[in-house]
Design a protein around this ligand. Structure first.
Ligand SMILES: Cc1ncc(COP(=O)(O)O)c(C=O)c1O
Length: 428
């Protein structure tokens, strides 16, 4: 543990640079300085530069009393984003229908353009909504399918999406063919083969979760999508855990439809999400909340949400700026470094089983582990009661343990404490 003196001298040293954030809310200039910081360093080199990440940590207002290692559930926003929500909220409350519908509403098109640019797609293919569930359910519930049509997915896909497809199975006589995956998986050829084996002449769509929430497994989405397309099958991608976490553009994954939350890895305000639909597919998807032109090819037909929190939507722009200032490659490298920092040490301890691959192509920030003889609830309860470490107890299919998810504000000190907690678990 660093001494108080070394902490103060580090703070003094950083205060003398122009990078120190004022009141934890970066100004535009500071974000630009951050983006240009140490260009000579590769993303991998910068991943271990604690001076740089210390400054990112200062942008957040997380509780020093609790070590939050469940950022996979939902992530906090940096101060710059929180401030924007507060400002827009105050403005909205001066005259809600005027400021929300006439003033703030004008911000949606520039936001759409910025999100589209970041995601590498056309703004005419991006709809802004409230979360990944809403984005992906729009496609699941809106796709015209006939009795007997088949869907390929796994039992490790996210429960909300399993529920949506099962509801359609029940209501419309569809059939789900499940891919039997064993997690963690480190053989990309085998993963692809297992998906392909479930595709038949009746399969209409393959549902792929790019990063599995349970254990952080990265699925080779593009290779599976290519196999599906060869057979005339469409592809829906759940990017809730990979957007603004791994470095890629949406078209790199080869899907036809893609949905994500923005309140996970982008650190946008809680209750923000995004849907992408390939331009030529928009007209055939019925919106989840109907408008007057359900067959239109205008992506905005998916945004007929009724009265909504404009302040949350508008502050997505600040989160995007913050993300761009760090840079995707740097962020991905740092997140993987944080995961490796604790997971590699934990793996050496007795009774520990790591249920996440530590190979970079199969995982990012999320990792799941179990302790021989302990079930998920006990592990999570002990970590919180004794160490005030908040994690996610994860029991699903063959997994039974705890999921740990750091974020860019997580310090190595936090992870050292986690390792103390893991050691404690091995002694129970
Ligand atoms: C893989 C995956 N998809 C979708 C979702 C749903 O996200 P939201 O609750 O923001 O709709 C989650 C949430 O954890 C997830 O992990």
């Amino acid at each position: 543990m660093p001494s108080r003196r070394s902490f103060l001298s580090k703070a003094a040293m950083l205060a003398s640079t122009s990078l120190i954030p004022s009141l934890k809310a970066f100004s535009k200039e500071e974000l630009l300085t951050l983006a240009a910081y140490k260009p000579e360093k590769s993303a991998l080199e910068l991943a271990t530069d604690e001076d740089y990440w210390w400054q990112i940590q200062q942008a957040y207002t997380v509780s020093p009393q609790i070590i939050n290692l469940n950022n996979g559930g939902v992530s906090p926003s940096p101060m710059v984003v929180q401030n924007a929500v507060d400002r827009y909220n105050k403005l909205a409350n001066e005259a809600p229908s005027y400021y929300m519908w006439r003033i703030m509403d004008q911000g949606r098109e520039p936001l759409r353009e910025n999100l589209a640019k970041y995601a590498g797609v056309s703004p005419e293919e991006i709809a802004i909504n409230r979360n990944a569930t809403e984005a992906i359910d729009t496609v699941i519930m809106g796709l015209p399918l006939q009795r007997g049509d088949e869907i390929v997915m796994t039992r490790y896909d996210y429960p909300n999406m399993l529920h949506a497809w099962r509801q359609r199975e029940l209501r419309d006589g569809l059939k789900i063919n499940y891919v039997e995956l064993d997690l963690p998986a480190e053989d990309a050829d085998l993963i692809v083969k297992k998906y392909v084996e479930q595709m038949t002449s009746r399969t209409k769509i393959v549902h792929i979760t790019h990063i599995m929430n349970w254990n952080g497994q990265v699925i080779p989405a593009k290779r599976i999508a290519d196999e599906a397309h060869k057979r005339g099958i469409e592809v829906l991608i759940d990017g809730a855990h990979s957007f603004a976490h791994l470095e890629y553009k949406i078209p790199d994954l080869g899907g036809d439809y893609y949905g994500t939350s923005l309140h996970k890895w982008l650190s946008a305000p809680i209750g923000s999400g995004m849907l992408w639909v390939k331009k030529e597919k928009i007209s055939k998807i019925f919106p989840l909340i109907p408008n007057d032109k359900p067959n239109s090819d205008n992506i905005r037909k998916f945004e007929n949400l009724g009265t909504r929190p404009f302040m949350i939507e508008q502050a997505i722009g600040q989160a995007l700026n913050f993300q761009l200032a760090i840079g995707n490659a740097r962020k991905e490298a740092r997140l993987r470094f944080l995961k490796d920092y604790w997971a590699k040490e934990a793996t050496k301890m007795p009774k520990i089983k790591m249920n996440t691959s530590l190979k970079p192509e199969f995982s990012g920030a999320l990792a799941h582990f179990s302790v021989e003889g302990l079930e998920a609830g006990k592990m999570e309860g002990e970590l919180f009661a004794k160490f005030k470490i908040h994690t996610s107890p994860t029991k699903w299919e063959k997994l039974d343990g705890v999921r740990v998810t750091p974020h860019v504000y997580t310090s190595l000190r936090d992870l050292d404490r986690l390792l103390d907690g893991v050691q404690h678990l091995t002694k129970l």
